[in-house]
Each structure stands twice: as structure tokens, then as C-alpha cells.
Design a binder for this molecule. Sequence first.
Ligand code: FES
Length: 353
Amino acid sequence: MAEKKKMSVADILAAARKTDGGSAASEEPAQAESAQAESAAAPVENESAADASPKPTGTKSTGKAKPAKSASGGRLSVAEMMAMARGEKAGGTAEKPATKKPAAGKPKPAAKKTAAAKAAPAEPRDTASILAAARKSSKAGPMSKAEAAAKEKADPKAKAKPKIIVPPMPSKPAYAMPTPAAAKSKSKGAGQEERRDFLWVGFGALAAVTGIWSLASLKFLFPNVRREPPSKFKVGFPDAFPAGQVQTKFKAQYGVWVANAEYNGQAQIYALKSVCTHLGCTPSWLDAEQKYKCPCHGSGFYKDGINFEGPAPRPLERCAIRIADDGQIEVDKSRIFQEEMGQWEDPSCYIPV
Ligand code: FES
């Protein structure tokens, strides 16, 4: 029949006295040992009875064991003993209360455990140390590329790749060599390229001609207007026209001569149109001959514009002339004065000098 091993209060107290190192154990070793032996040999019923009805520690089990003393030399209280027992239990050295009593002559398992715990007390282990131990024991898992590269860099000989020797390429066989037909087709392709270039040149020329024609056609969008000189213009101050002189410098731009000469015995500055009264040709002033001469049919005019030779039927025409506000002579070609009409008497066609 298996015997239950359960530590009684007396056992706990005895263990507490042992760990105390103490005085009580050294003082009364015989009593403690006898108490332990008695408690081990005592029937379960007695223990349960003792547990059920606790008694003072001094009278527990043997009734002969002397009570333990406190650090102060006095007797240990029950609370102190329990505290000591609990502290020992928390440290891993205390043994669990046995549920079965060992057979006589065999060592108690609890006692074995207690001895091993006392021989090598368990060290406190934190989470980091436990994880490190687990990693050490576990196999290395798959490495990332970076880890593999770092490992290879650290130990390049470990993973040195063997050199791959590539054999040289074999020479082309005869059937793979280019044939005359292929060469001919190649030359045919060159001819096609030349034709393509010629087409590109033709398209470029056509585009250029089209662009020029478009620009030329734009001219028809604008009217072909002839720019006429203004009808009124200034020819300078009266001092610039000395007596007896004919100024020809305005003929090309304005189509008039400005002269300072006498008409009917009166010195005047006047402007004559450089248009022949025959058929509209442009005569020229001949200073050596002191006359206007038409190159078309030979009509001739005096300095004052009266016709005297050739087919011209009448004198030259005068333009309106006046002194402007700034003192310069202003000619107005929009107003014409004819001598045969008696219009040269109008002071608007001369400036008296
Ligand atoms: Fe001047 Fe005939 S146009 S003479």
C-alpha cells in the first residue's frame, strides 16, 4: 500500500530550523532528527489529524522538541517559521509536500529533489537569455540576399564560384557561307535604297515648290495700290529761291518746278507743273537756253511757262502757292491755275517778291 507523503507543519518547521543554520538545529540535533523520523513513520491518519487540529509547535509530533529561537534569541513565532518556510520554497529549494510516503529503506523522491536543488540552486533566467539559448540550439534558417552577401564578404573563400571556361565558337560550315545569289539580293537591296533616296529628294523638291507658290499666291490677297505723293508740300524759305533761278530738285519727287522770275513785269515766285500740255510728256529745263523743252514732239516753253514752239497748244499750268505759318513756301498741287483762263492773275498762284 502506497503511503502518502505530505509535509506536516512539524516538517515545515523542522526544515525552517535547518535552513536557519541555526542555533536550534545545532542545539537539538537529536530531537529534530527523532521528530523527522517519527513524522516519517507516523501513519497518515495521525498526520491528517494533526493537520486538522493544529497544535503548538513545541508539542507537535514528539512533544519533546525544543521550540526554535528567533534571531533575537527568543522563541520563534509560528508566523516567523511559516515565513521562513515560504521564503525557502520560493527560492526553489523547498520541496513540495509529498503525496506518497516512500517505502522503508528507499530514499524519498522529495528528499532527492531537495538534495539536488541544494547542490545546484536554480539561477533566475530572464526572457532574453531563454530566447538566446533557443536561437543557439535551433538550426540556421534561410538567409536573405544581404545576409548572404555579408557572409560571403566576410569569408570570400567559403563560397568562391568556380571559373567557367567557355569553349571557342566553331567556324561556319560551307553551307552557312553567303552564296552569290545572296550577294545579288544584297545589291538589289542597295538599289532599292537608292530609289528610296531619289523619291525623298523628289518629295523635298515638290514641297519646296509648293511652299514658294503658296507664298506668291499670298500677294493676291493684298491690293496693288500706287502710292501718290501728298498734294501739299513745303519747299523751303523764300530766300532759297534767288531771282531768275529755276529750282529743278522738286521735279522728280513732286513733279513741279519752283521759279523766281518776272511775269507781266512783276517778280514772282511760282510753281509750274512739269507736264507738257501737248500729250502729257515731261519736259526738261534747259538752263543754257532758258526754256522748258519737251522731248516728245519738241514743244518749248519760256521760263514763265508760256508756250512758244512745238505742238503744245497752251502754256504750262501753275499750282497754288503760299507762305505757310512757319515762313516756308507751301505748294498745293490739288489746285491748278491756267493762264489762258486768266487764272494766273489770282494771287493764290504766286508770291510777289
Ligand atoms: Fe510734249 Fe508732244 S507731248 S510736245
